[in-house]
Write a protein that binds this ligand. Structure first.
Ligand SMILES: Nc1ncnc2c1ncn2[C@@H]1O[C@H](COP(=O)(O)OP(=O)(O)OP(=O)(O)O)[C@@H](O)[C@H]1O
Length: 669
């Protein structure tokens, strides 16, 4: 007698809601059904160990997925512990469905952004996302169990009858709805299974029922019990014609005739049942780590190094985080952290669990203790999840600081590549910043790597608590030369992240100030000018006026100095604050804003009173070429500081030509 019933779904509207809500990842049904199969096999293995079940020798635990694109069906077959009629009634008719009800009651009003991670908790019911009709055929491992057939159309009513299954396990068939036929395509199926099930603990095989069988030919001694021989192939002996000494020809055998077997292509499991993260770090070789990286992230550049996380207490967490090699000039940093729950893939880059800055790395994390069927916002406020995230941060900081202390050579070698991660972490994560602050390196003008304390110590006498930095070695070369001449050091900080990074260091290290190398003229570059040097004061004022007039800019900031280096006539310096503000604007794409609101863009034209040209200008205020010299000095200073605007560049080139004409004694029009 068939048992019929109505699954206790109270809301008739449940389907449209689930469908809409799950629209983005319908494919999770594969994960849910395959992981149920894995669980069933794991349980049966335990029963076997306990002596409560004896596995027939020929049986190999596995999950077989078969797709049939013609019939639009998917069959998922496991040889796990199976279910009796009572169990189907309990676990499928009541629990699976009531689980869905709870789940929906909790989430149906929630907006999309508050999804649960990877839609866990739908379980068996997710089959109805893609199928109109679902059947279950199950035979329990229990003695004298009867095979059961269950089917449901639409997931509201079911019918349960005696089944015909003869092997222990469960077979589920999905009859796909019109919108979901793609999942019976072999390649799509492979893609989804490889995404979610790549590390599930039981071998998963995929077959296409409609595809022609494929064959391989193997050597006789390669044959195993599992191979299905289609035919024996006799490969004829290989011969060669040979000329004898007496000129006659002879055919000789160089390889004897061989028997080979044509066999049905051996199925290959889609998954790796024992992922590397489960092994103890001491047992993993360097090659294994690299292979794993290549396979999982399909990145053929070798990672720099990795951190193997392995923790059992107070929570269970395993994983491997790789620091990838990045070419900063051409690539943006895009990492991926894959999150697993007992080898079942959940999702990439779950920011609630994994500290944001680590998302720049590539890695896998398996945390069986993670609460999954809660919303993302609940996860964010979960103390336990916070602990996991803190643990990961701590481990990464420990590894990096340990490396800096004990393997400084390699640490320096990797530094340029890992600096962006570390600086980003320093900005984003207070705890990480605390642990890593002393292990952040600064490359100085000689290419030596210093810690912040080293930088402060070496500069203590000349400029206590101030660190000069270079953002562009080419554009700032004039200043670099000046610094080198005076034996003053600076550090190279060329990356976009350096700008916010130094602001954070300044906030955390009270008193420390970073100044870009072109910010101001350090006292050591100048000769001392006496307070009461009236003559200097006067000539400064005159020069300032003269330049303002020549450059037709009343607001320009001009300063006259007596520089020790008499080779430099003019320079531009930029106020640190203004420049940082401008850089920030650029970063946030607000470049269009009027920079003059920052008082002439914070630029100061510095004139060296010791330079003959400047002296000449002062002595020939009304000279025929004085104005040109002033303009030229300003443009040269700007050029040495970066670039000229297109308009000024045009004028500069034509003026330079005029100057050469004058040098050549030609008449200038
Ligand atoms: N292939 C199977 N073999 C044996 N039992 C199964 C199988 N599939 C499902 N079950 C039983 O049905 C129950 C309900 O399954 P369902 O997938 O809905 O939820 P779950 O696996 O318990 O939890 P989750 O929501 O996390 O998936 C399972 O706990 C299991 O007891």
């Amino acid at each position: 007698m068939a048992k019929k019933g109505s699954l206790s779904i109270t809301s008739e509207n449940i389907f449209p809601v689930i469908k809409k809500w799950l629209y983005s990842d319908h494919d999770i049904f594969y994960r849910e059904l395959i992981s149920n199969g894995c669980d069933a096999i794991t349980k049966l293995k335990k029963l076997e160990l306990m002596g409560e079940y004896e596995k027939p020798e020929e049986v190999e635990y596995k999950i077989q997925v078969s797709v049939n694109p013609n019939e639009k069906t998917i069959t998922i077959k496991d040889n796990g512990l199976g279910m009796t009629e009572e169990e189907i009634d309990k676990y499928i008719n009541q629990i699976a469905f009531s689980g869905v009800q709870d789940f929906m009651a909790k989430y149906k009003d929630k907006a999309n952004e508050d999804q649960i991670i990877g839609h866990f908790g739908l379980g068996f019911y997710s089959a109805f996302m893609v199928a109109d009709k679902v059947t279950i055929d199950s035979l329990s491992y229990q003695k004298d169990a009867k095979a059961i057939h269950w089917e449901s159309e639409g997931g509201i009513n079911f019918e349960m009858t005696e089944g015909e299954k003869t092997e222990v396990g469960t077979t589920i068939v999905l009859y796909l709805n019109e919108d979901s036929t793609e999942f019976s395509n072999e390649y799509r199926a492979r893609e989804v299974i490889e995404k979610y099930c790549a590390f599930m603990p039981v071998s998963i095989f995929l077959e296409n029922e409609t595809a022609e069988p494929q064959y391989d030919t193997i050597e006789k001694d390669e044959l195993t019990d599992k191979d299905k021989v289609i035919e024996t192939v006799i490969e004829p002996a290989k011969t060669e014609e040979k000329e004898n000494e007496d000129g006659t020809k002879e055919t000789v055998e160089i390889e004897p005739s061989r028997e080979k077997y044509k066999i049905l292509r051996r199925p290959v499991a889609l998954n790796d049942t024992n992922p590397l993260w489960n092994k103890h770090p001491n047992e993993c070789t360097e090659d294994e780590y690299k292979d794993f990286y290549r396979k999982v992230f399909r990145d053929y550049k070798e990672p720099l190094f990795w951190i193997h996380l392995n923790m059992d207490y107070p929570f269970n967490l395993k994983g491997i985080l790789y620091f990838p090699k990045i070419n900063m000039e051409y690539e943006s940093i895009e990492g991926t952290i894959k999150l697993y729950n007992n080898q079942v893939f959940i999702a990439d880059n779950i920011k609630e669990v994994i500290p944001e800055f680590l998302m720049l790395l590539k890695g896998v994390i398996d945390c069986p203790d993670l609460p999954l069927n809660v919303s993302r916002s609940a996860l964010q406020n979960d103390g336990f999840v916070k602990k996991i995230s803190d643990y990961i941060t701590k481990k990464v900081a420990d590894k990096l600081s340990g490396m800096c202390k004990t393997d400084r050579e390699n640490y320096e070698k990797y530094w340029d590549d890992i600096a962006p991660f570390i600086k980003f972490g320093y900005i984003k994560d207070e705890k990480f910043a605390e642990k890593m602050g002393d292990y952040i390196l600064y490359k100085n003008l000689n290419g030596t790597y210093l810690t912040l304390q080293d930088c402060l110590d070496e500069n203590k006498e000349k400029h206590e608590n101030t660190i000069f930095y270079v953002t562009n070695e080419k554009e700032q070369s004039q200043y670099i030369n000046l610094f080198k001449e005076e034996g003053i050091d600076a550090v190279i900080m060329p990356a976009a992240i350096d700008n916010p990074f130094i602001s954070h260091v300044e906030q955390k290290k009270e008193g420390v100030k970073f100044l870009r190398i072109d910010t101001d003229l350090n006292a050591s570059f100048k000769e001392e000018v006496k307070e009461d040097d009236e003559a200097f004061k006067k000539s400064s004022e005159e020069l300032t006026e003269l330049f303002k007039k020549a450059l037709n800019n009343d607001k320009m900031d001009i300063r006259v100095e007596k520089m020790k280096n008499t080779g430099i006539a003019s320079m531009i310096t930029v106020s640190e604050e203004t420049r940082r503000m401008q850089d920030m604007m650029k970063m946030y794409n607000m470049g269009g804003m009027d920079m003059s609101m920052f008082g002439g863009a914070g630029e100061t034209l510095v004139l060296n009173a010791n330079h003959p040209l400047v002296k000449f200008v002062l002595e020939h205020k009304d000279g025929a070429n004085t104005e040109k010299i002033c303009e030229q000095l300003y443009d040269l200073a700007s050029l040495a500081h970066g670039a000229l605007s297109p308009e000024r560049m045009t004028k500069f080139v034509s003026r330079s030509n005029e100057i050469m004409m004058i040098m050549a004694g030609q008449k200038v029009e």
